[in-house]
Design a protein around this ligand. Structure first.
Ligand SMILES: CC(C)(COP(=O)(O)OP(=O)(O)OC[C@H]1O[C@@H](n2cnc3c(N)ncnc32)[C@H](O)[C@@H]1OP(=O)(O)O)[C@@H](O)C(=O)NCCC(=O)NCCS
Length: 158
């Protein structure tokens, strides 16, 4: 990975709004059509989720958002992972996933799960590479994937 790559936590709602707005169209369907009001969505993420963005120099190349607030069940939930098309294939998606693993471990999460479109071949390949396994089929063309920490509490990637 290039020397000028940094991964920083994003905490303020205006930055988070900027990220979801920037990346909305990278998803099918776009985030806007899935959640409706992007301001409300950004506020929900700001209150409950942990967000990091990856920068190459001063350019925002991608971001990840996940929940690590289930203290009873100790299950983390990945809700958003995206890398700008111009920056794909450089290991940035994997780097963002590794950041989530470190944070989830430090928060005491025991597993991480999420739902993904069954036809999102690229993302599923990344998740399999990270050690996620298929958990169950959910509604329509969605599947759940899950990864459990090892005996030391770490989420390792081979
Ligand atoms: C999924 C996504 C985040 C991957 O980001 P990325 O930075 O390009 O991924 P990386 O460069 O870190 O690649 C990591 C691994 O993912 C897989 N991968 C990435 N791009 C791939 C491609 N075009 N074809 C097949 N596998 C691919 C590979 O296993 C790769 O590892 P390898 O290079 O050792 O083979 C990016 O494609 C994206 O933002 N997609 C649109 C949004 C989305 O679908 N998000 C997930 C929603 S659940």
């Amino acid at each position: 990975m290039k020397d000028d790559v940094t991964i920083v936590q994003c905490k303020d709602v205006s930055t988070i709004f900027g990220l979801v707005q920037k990346f909305s169209d990278c998803f099918t369907p776009p985030i806007t059509s899935r959640v409706g009001d992007l301001h409300l969505y950004a506020a929900k993420l700001q209150q409950n989720a942990t967000l990091y963005c990856l920068k190459e120099g001063s350019e925002i190349a991608g971001c990840i958002a996940f929940y690590c607030n289930d203290v009873a069940g100790r299950t983390g939930y990945l809700t958003l992972l995206v890398v700008d098309e111009a920056f794909r294939g450089k290991g940035y998606g994997l780097a963002l996933m590794k950041t989530m693993f470190q944070v989830a471990e430090s928060c005491g999460m025991k597993s991480i799960r999420f739902e993904v479109s069954a036809n999102n071949r690229v993302a599923i390949k990344l998740y399999l590479k990270c050690g996620f396994t298929y958990e169950k089929e959910s509604q329509l063309d969605k599947i759940y994937m899950c990864k459990t920490c090892d005996e030391t509490g770490a989420f390792t990637v081979d």
